[in-house]
Design a binder for this molecule. Structure first.
Ligand code: ADQ
Length: 747
């Protein structure tokens, strides 16, 4: 039925308009009524009411207004009972008789949520909270674009906490509104209801603009029609037809009325057929595409569990508001591999937190691209571990091939002027392959790991190609000024590129470079812990003989300096025997890249050192080191951080290190722990009030640990207050918004 000619389209709609029984389900806001700056101002005018009432009055036609609005409000516009009403997304409905309460849910838990969201809305100019009987809706249409991110991140925090306690509710995002409502109540329930009221053989036409209207579209039957109203621009839809705005919706309803009354319709607007996107094709006009190796929150991911968890925590929280506010999408690897002989699948899913476009990798890409060039070449090289680097031609070929494939998918997903943001060492060639495909929109890259010095970087046989490709981006973001300087030094030494302040000129293009240290969402580590979490961590402390806790938390990776940290802890027990029996180190390592031999070796090395130190110093009632090879949920980590006297964060090299920031955020300001931080973590640039240490020097680190353990409360409080202020000021949301603003400004 796709691709009807104009004449056939006319006939098709004429047949529908004449059909008896005909049922129409029409949304109000954004559909029959244009959006206004506040929900109070958006109300059906006399024209809208008349059109609906006239159509509903005709024999064989049944019309329901299906809205998220409260029932009394709807009834004030449509008092007569020939127009059927569905309020609060289906919680209440009025057919020919009295209102029915369909949901029958106790709305009282929503009251405190509404109070909290209202208080939040008051702090954000333009935000507005709408309270309904069974739902609350936070409208942010009037909040300035650059400020929506901060509002949303706080709002999602509040809502997610509520949902954890009240699973019968769900969060639903509409057009610049986020709503919390009973999960069992959806507009889809109106469809069978109206079908029953319309009578046997009915054809239904559902019209709406919002994601809540998609629920109706999804349950229609083949004889029915669905029309999406593009009030807020393009988005993915299950609808077959589209209209531009409420004027066109009214014109179509008038047309139905006219045809059913036997009039020859005037020159009319008819719904236009939507070219249905294939799974790989999305409507152009989306203005932001984020590309990273791993997708956030991707349920089907196999393999490296740790990286998925990591993505879920950090980057996705940072980028989610930006993606939402810009109608963006996220492209990356599904985590699945297919045999080289098989077709490479790609597709799109809605994860609930973001719209995700995924791509499977060939097995040879996994081997040569992911574990090869990315994690066997670039990761150790960029962390200045040249002895761990392997170079292979196959790796470099696969690196280019995966970029080509990703570019092919990306250019189907967005138009040539969209903004693209690529992440990390997996995607250094991304701008180049996109430019080759004619992409003209702004493109930025953020490197999450360090950029090494010239002598190290130039060991890479393809160093010049990488630099040349990086200069196809408009903006390159790094964690620290040192990483920026290293990049600029490499570009000026290895390419005929000219550097003027923070701009590198090459091949007639200008690339801006900047240090933009990433942050965390501090609130996420400051929430009061759940009782079960407190119990679990208290149990752990008891098992340590209630000694003072020194805590290490990392992905298991040789860059994190875990063996060096354990050895230095052993030196503490030798150099300062007074700590024996009084202090324990808990090292939590989340499994990572576990199928790479180097990482397996790390694990064995660590376990051997733990065994040696525990064997040497351990006593019946005291374990010096507890090694936990597992992942923890955020709430558990926060409670562990709070329980620790020292945050022992000593990577040999790290782009930033978020654990350092999380540790600070989680502390009790009245009795904070001390952050012992490697001078080689990017975080050391901003966190000068930590105790900085050199992880290569075991005795020095043991002395620094002793100092941290002995630090008096006044000094701990003073250092913590300054660290916390910086963690709060420069957070994940300001980082993401800052990057996107800078990228905008490049053009
Ligand atoms: P990573 O190398 O993964 O990130 P890091 O910044 O410390 O390093 O982030 C690790 C994350 O994993 C933290 O959010 C932490 O809470 C979490 N995590 C660690 N151990 C865990 C465990 N056992 N259970 C649950 N969660 C655990 C890369 C770069 C860093 C840079 C970040 C962001 O290598 O230098 O800071 O990206 O840019």
């Amino acid at each position: 039925m796709q691709g009807l000619s104009p004449a056939m389209r006319g006939e098709h709609w004429m047949a529908i308009a004449r059909h008896t029984p005909l049922g129409v389900l029409c949304d109000l806001d954004g559909t029959l009524v244009p959006f206004a700056s506040s929900p109070e101002e958006a109300r059906p005018d006399a024209d809208a009411v008349t059109i609906v009432e006239q159509l509903a009055a005709l024999p064989g036609a049944t019309v329901a207004i299906v809205s998220g609005r409260p029932k009394d409000w709807l009834e004030s516009f449509f008092p007569g009972d020939n127009v059927f009403l569905v309020a609060e997304h289906g919680a209440f409905r009025r057919g020919a008789g009295a209102w029915q309460n369909v949901a029958d849910l106790d709305p009282s838990p929503l009251l405190s949520l509404a109070d909290e969201l209202e208080a939040l809305a008051r702090r954000h100019p333009g935000a507005l909270l709408e309270r309904k009987r069974t739902t609350v809706a936070l409208h942010y249409r009037n909040v300035r674009r650059g400020q929506r991110g901060e509002l949303l991140i706080e709002a999602f925090g509040i809502i997610d906490r509520f949902l954890a306690r009240h699973p019968a509710y769900e969060r639903l995002e509409g057009v610049l509104v986020v709503e919390v409502r009973p999960a069992s109540v959806k507009k889809s329930s109106a469809v069978p209801w109206l079908r029953g009221l319309a009578g046997a053989g009915a054809r239904l036409v559902a019209i709406g603009d919002d994601v809540t209207d998609e629920h109706m579209f999804q349950v229609l039957e083949p004889q029915d029609e669905s029309i999406v109203v593009r009030t807020s621009g393009p988005r993915r839809t299950a609808a077959r037809w589209e209209l531009n705005d409420s004027n066109e919706v009214r014109a179509v309803l008038r047309y139905f009325h006219g045809v059913r009354r036997g009039h020859t319709p005037p020159p009319i607007v008819l719904p236009r057929e939507i070219e249905q996107p294939s799974p790989q094709r999305i409507v152009e006009g989306r203005d932001l595409l984020v590309v990273s190796n791993r997708l956030p929150d991707f349920r089907h991911v196999e393999g490296d569990e740790s990286e998925r968890k990591r993505n879920v925590g950090g980057l996705v929280s940072a980028l989610e508001p930006a993606l939402r506010a810009r109608g963006g999408m996220w492209l990356g690897w599904s985590g699945r591999t297919v045999a080289d002989s098989e077709h490479v699948e790609s597709g799109i899913i809605d994860s609930g937190t973001a719209q995700l476009a995924w791509l499977d990798y060939r097995e040879s890409w996994y081997r040569h691209y992911y574990t090869g060039y990315c994690n066997g070449t670039l990761w150790p090289l960029f962390h200045s571990f040249p002895s761990r680097v392997t170079f292979s031609d196959e790796g470099w070929s696969a690196y280019q091939e995966v970029h080509e494939e990703l570019a092919k998918v990306a250019s189907r997903l967005v138009g040539p002027t969209a903004m693209l943001w690529a992440h990390d060492y997996h995607l250094l060639l991304f701008a180049k392959v996109m430019r080759q495909r004619g992409h003209t929109g702004p493109m930025g890259h953020f490197l999450h790991i360090p950029f090494p010095s010239l002598d190290i970087f130039s060991m890479n046989p393809w160093a010049a190609q990488l630099l040349d490709a990086l200069l196809d981006f408009d903006l390159l973001g790094f964690h620290t000024p040192q990483h920026v300087q290293n990049f600029v030094a490499c570009a000026s030494a290895m390419l005929p590129a000219k550097v003027a302040e923070d701009v590198v000129h090459h091949r007639g293009r200008a690339t801006h470079v900047a240090a933009m240290p990433i942050g965390i969402i501090p609130d996420a580590f400051q929430e009061p812990p759940e009782a079960s979490v407190v119990e679990e961590i208290e149990g752990l402390m008891r098992s340590l003989g209630n000694s003072t806790l020194v805590l290490g938390v990392d992905r298991l990776d040789y860059t994190k300096g875990i063996p060096e940290r354990l050895i230095a802890f052993g030196r503490l027990l030798e150099l300062f025997p007074e700590w024996r029996g009084k202090v324990s180190l808990v090292q939590v390592s989340v499994p990572s890249r576990a199928d790479v031999p180097l990482y397996q070796e790390q694990r064995a090395t660590i376990e051997a050192i733990v065994g040696r130190i525990n064997g040497e110093f351990g006593e019946a009632a005291w374990v010096p080191i507890r090694y936990l090879y597992r992942s923890y949920a955020k709430g558990q980590l926060a409670e562990l951080y709070r329980a620790a006297r020292v945050g022992y964060v000593t990577p040999l090299r790290d782009g930033m290190n978020l654990v350092a920031k999380e540790f600070v955020a989680a502390q009790d300001p009245e009795n904070p722990g001390v952050l012992l931080l490697s001078q080689f973590a990017g975080a050391a640039v901003e966190m000068r009030d930590a105790v900085l240490t050199n992880p290569y020097h075991a005795d020095g680190m043991a002395r620094d640990l002793d100092r941290a353990l002995r630090m008096e409360l006044d000094e701990r409080k003073a250092r913590h207050a300054k660290l916390l202020a910086s963690v709060q000021r420069s957070n994940a949301v300001t980082w993401a918004e800052g990057f996107l603003d800078a990228l905008n400004a490049c053009r």
